[in-house]
Design a protein around this ligand. Sequence first.
Ligand code: IMP
Ligand code: MG
Length: 175
Amino acid sequence: MHEDTIGTVMITQKEILQKAKEIGQRITREYQGEEIVMIGILRGAVLWMADLMKCVELDMTIDFMAVSSYGSATRTSGVVKINKDLDTDIEGKHVIIVEDIVDSGVTLNYLRGYISSRGARTVKICTLLDKPEGRRVEIDVDYIGFTVDDRFIVGYGLDYDQKYRNLPYVTYLED
Ligand code: IMP
Ligand code: MG
């Protein structure tokens, strides 16, 4: 057994809640009069999505998907596998995919295509964190909470080997 070293706090819960409010209000404005479906990507997006959806004043439903592209390693393998598919029909719906972090872009690039292929009317992406230096495929991200450096991030839903998701702030692992 080894101990990981957690860095200093990068983003506080208070800052995240403020950001959820800002983005939630933007979504409310941009989809006025429409109904939306938020699709959270398990498990990392759960904390962020819970904050965000409370700030959206629209008719909305939620669903979840689970995909894997990482094992316990800190770098993407580039392969996306669906471990839990949608439970609802999204045909003709306005979908917002909610993610914890966009790194290489491989996962969301795949998911955007998949959700479009299931007949969604529009597909947008909302992520808590964006790590642009990690990008391997080009992807338009519509709503970004915070941009982070190319470090391995944990906390507020993000894990290392399934741990640290419960930290009430965003931090990183020391090398
Ligand atoms: P992408 O396909 O490389 O964009 O990676 C997306 C997924 O990789 C995210 O949903 C995360 O689960 C995971 N991931 C990417 N970077 C980090 C990180 O810094 N910390 C924890 N998980 C990460
Ligand atoms: Mg994840």
